[in-house]
Structures are given as structure tokens and as C-alpha cells.
Design a protein around this ligand. Structure first.
Ligand code: TA6
Length: 297
């Protein structure tokens, strides 16, 4: 069904027959909520964040396109997440349910005159958000170049996962992977540990990472398994205390940083180049499994 947020912007609510739900805002095409069949919220959202247009709430899964971070000429994580998207009516009406009981919505963002001023490339970005009959969340993005010349872009599903306490979180699947450390001028290192744990601020881009990464929340006996296609990199970020108190993180209050971890399916190190008419697809599926399965689980 459709509801409205604090600013009167439409949100689409997806539900499955088990009672799980997801909520997608037309503001940025952002998944702002994903609940399991017990109604537990699986994504982090800052309590203070009030979705002020054009600022998005801090949390959920912002879509970072056509540029992740501020490594280019555009603003932090660029503009797709600050725009108002539309429901893509060409597929079946929303929220569609298909035979397997999954519920999905198709959203569309087309480059506007305003966008072309800061990023002179005509594109269509289609996002399908799907809540499976088993409660899993799948996001499929398709970027099409409808321009007359090639363009390149980076992309990330900036996923704020809700965790009991960051010091109890382990990330598996990135062992021995090379990463760029954004806290050390993006210098390249190799992961040594058997799993990534958190004792301080971390902001890393793991390059050519495996298709499957697991985020284990020890206290809640819950593991998020992220399976990705077309997204060769993984961003792992937690601001820790000092950065979370900085001006740029004004919407992270008190010790909220302890209850979130960003593990983003992304394509950053080698941006995608599309010729006119070409299309790229980036697919992320997040599965929640009980207890501390390893990433092979
Ligand atoms: O995850 C990497 C990062 O670029 C961090 O540097 C931090 O700025 C964060 O993303 C910011 O995300 P936000 O949702 O605040 O735009």
C-alpha cells in the first residue's frame, strides 16, 4: 500500500504472507524499513533523522549513484538519493505480488535538466525492491545509458544494518581481500584477520570482493548474508564515537553509532562504463539467518 512520510512524500509498503514488511520511499528510492515476521526492524535509522527534503534520513539503504563518496565533482554520494523517484508503471501495478508470494515495487529515476547541469549524461535508473516469501530483501538496479556518448559511474547500496552492539559484530568473507583504507588516503592493504571486528572507526573499500559476505551479530544470534552480482566491491564503515560526534554526523545522536554498521554492495574502484544504449545491472540480496552461520552457510 502507499503511505506518506513526514514530508508528505509517498512510501510503498511491501508485505509478505508471513508478516514481514519493507518500506521504500520515493525520496531517493531509499528502503527506509525492513522488518522480519516478528516485526523486528533489521535496518538502522537514526532516531533524530527527520527526512528533510532534500536530505535523506540517516539509515535504511540509500542509493549512491552516479558517484559514491566525494571522489569526484559531485556532492557526497551524489544526487540520486536526494531526488524524488517515480513508480515505474510499465511493469505490473504496485505492489505487485507474483506466484511465489513475493511482493515488489519498481521505481524509476530519469536524468532531469537539473541533473544534467551537474552530471551531463542522460540515464534511466530502474530499481526493483523485492520482499521474498521468506522475508529476504532483494534490490536490483539497472542503469541504462540513453545518452549519445559513453559515461562512467560508481554505485553503492549504502546499507545501514541494525546491530545490537558494533563491538559484538564480525564480518566474514573478506579474509585475505585487498582493501583501500579511506582513513589512510585510500592506501591499499590486505586483510590479515580471520574476520573483521570493530574496535575503532573503520572505512574501507574491499576491492574485487567475493559475491557473499556475512555480518554476524553475536548478541542477537543473527547473521545478515549479503549476496551480490555486478557489485565487485564491499564498503565497510562505522564512524565510531569521535566521528559520530562530528558536525557531519549531527543526526547520529548519543551512542547510536554502536547500533549500526554499513556493509555496502558497491562498484567503486573500477567505475562502470556504458556505451549509448548499454545497461548495467547491480543485484543485492540480503538474507537473515539465525545464529552465527559462517558466510559459506
Ligand atoms: O561509508 C563511507 C562514507 O562515505 C563515510 O565516509 C561516511 O561519510 C558515510 O559514507 C556517510 O554516509 P551518509 O549516509 O552520511 O552520506
Amino acid at each position: 500500500e502507499r503511505v506518506k512520510d513526514l514530508n508528505g512524500i509517498d512510501q510503498i509498503v511491501l508485505r509478505n504472507s508471513q508478516g514481514a514488511s519493507a518500506k521504500v520511499s520515493l525520496h531517493g528510492g531509499q528502503v527506509v524499513s525492513w522488518r522480519n515476521d516478528r516485526g523486528e526492524e533489521l535496518l538502522f535509522a537514526s532516531t533524530k533523522a527527520k527526512g528533510k527534503a532534500p536530505k535523506v534520513i540517516r539509515g535504511g539503504i540509500p542509493i549512491c549513484f552516479p558517484q559514491f563518496d566525494s571522489c569526484g565533482s559531485l556532492e557526497q554520494h551524489s544526487f540520486a538519493r536526494n531526488k524524488i523517484w517515480t513508480v515505474d508503471e510499465s511493469p505490473p501495478s504496485l505492489p505487485a505480488k507474483d506466484s511465489s508470494g513475493k511482493s515488489f515495487v519498481d521505481l524509476l529515476l530519469k536524468s532531469s535538466e537539473e541533473d544534467l547541469k551537474c552530471w551531463p549524461h542522460s540515464f534511466e535508473l530502474r530499481l526493483r525492491v523485492c520482499l521474498g516469501a521468506d522475508g529476504n530483501l532483494t534490490l536490483i538496479s539497472r542503469v541504462r545509458n540513453i545518452n549519445a556518448k559513453p559515461f562512467s559511474f560508481s554505485f553503492a547500496y549504502h546499507s545501514y544494518l541494525s546491530v545490537s552492539d558494533i563491538s559484538e559484530v564480525r564480518v566474514e568473507g573478506l579474509e585475505t581481500m585487498d582493501y583501500l583504507d579511506n582513513l589512510c588516503q585510500k592506501e591499499q592493504f590486505t586483510e590479515q584477520g580471520d574476520a573483521l571486528t570493530f574496535e575503532a572507526e573503520i572505512e574501507r573499500v574491499y576491492i574485487s570482493s567475493p559475491s557473499c559476505v556475512a555480518v554476524l551479530d553475536h548478541e542477537r544470534k543473527r547473521t545478515f548474508v549479503l549476496r551480490k552480482e555486478g557489485l565487485p566491491d564491499v564498503v565497510v564503515w562505522n564512524p565510531w564515537e569521535k566521528k559520530s560526534k562530528s558536525k557531519s554526523m549531527a543526526d547520529l545522536v548519543n551512542d547510536e553509532y554502536r547500533h549500526m554498521v554499513c556493509v555496502d554492495g558497491a562498484v567503486i574502484e573500477k567505475p562502470v562504463t556504458l556505451k549509448p544504449g548499454e545497461e548495467w545491472t547491480g543485484r543485492l540480496e540480503i538474507i537473515v539467518v539465525p545464529s552465527s552461520f559462517s558466510s559459506e552457510g
